[in-house]
Design a protein around this ligand. Structure first.
Ligand code: GRF
Length: 205
């Protein structure tokens, strides 16, 4: 295996996916290649970004899956079909069930827009994270890349980057700064790091 095959799971604008695609183009991401983008809803801009980059896009509409276990089964089938080695949650809003997560130990990464263990866990996503950080009056926030396990935002932390909170920040301005200064920097670094580990492990077999 000369590159790890990566699937990126999305639910929205896909700016973190774009950071990965740009890293692939610039050569910052060389140990992995993005082979598939899976969205849990149709019509999201992340799928446009994938198409523009010539990456396969698939949709598993969340409304078709009242049961997370069935979603996980169909997702696993897709990943098998594309022979995926590493799964990256990038602005992905659906919960993956325990049975799915346990199939991929140390093979699923997530980017969370706070310095875990602050402002994370069930219900903490999108602007809500930054609303709570500002409400608490923190002076520093940031982003975290962690492995995914069966506890929401509870997996082993891989990388973190701090971002200062500015006077007068709104949830939107803080989110923007954390995305630009932390998320879009950390995720490509983490994906390159873990992809290189996967290749090395495969070569060692
Ligand atoms: C953002 O809130 C980001 O912090 C989090 O998911 C949301 C959308 O990300 N990771 P994206 O633009 O879809 O990558």
């Amino acid at each position: 295996m000369n590159k790890a095959a990566i699937a990126v799971l999305v639910s929205g604008g896909g700016t973190n996916l774009q950071a990965l695609l740009d890293a692939q183009t610039s050569g910052a991401l060389t140990s992995g290649e993005i082979r598939l983008v899976v969205s849990d809803r149709a019509g999201v801009y992340a799928l446009q970004r994938a198409k523009r980059h010539g990456v396969a896009g698939e949709i598993l509409p969340k409304e078709n899956y009242p049961d997370a276990h069935l979603f996980g089964q169909d997702l696993a089938r897709l990943l098998e079909q594309y022979q995926i080695d590493l799964i990256v949650l990038a602005g992905f809003l659906s919960i993956l069930d325990e049975c799915f997560v346990q199939k991929y130990p140390h093979r699923i990464l997530n980017i969370h827009p706070s310095l875990i263990p602050a402002f994370c866990g069930k219900g903490y996503y999108g602007l809500k994270v930054h609303e709570e950080a500002l409400k608490r009056g923190v002076k520093i926030s940031g982003a975290t890349v962690h492995y995914v396990n069966d506890i929401p935002d509870g997996g082993e932390i891989l990388l973190q980057k701090a971002v200062s909170v500015q006077p007068g920040d709104t949830p939107a301005s803080l989110q923007k700064r954390i995305m630009e200064e932390a998320e879009w920097v950390l995720l490509p670094q983490a994906v390159e790091m873990v992809s290189a580990k996967i290749i090395k492990r495969e070569e060692g077999k």
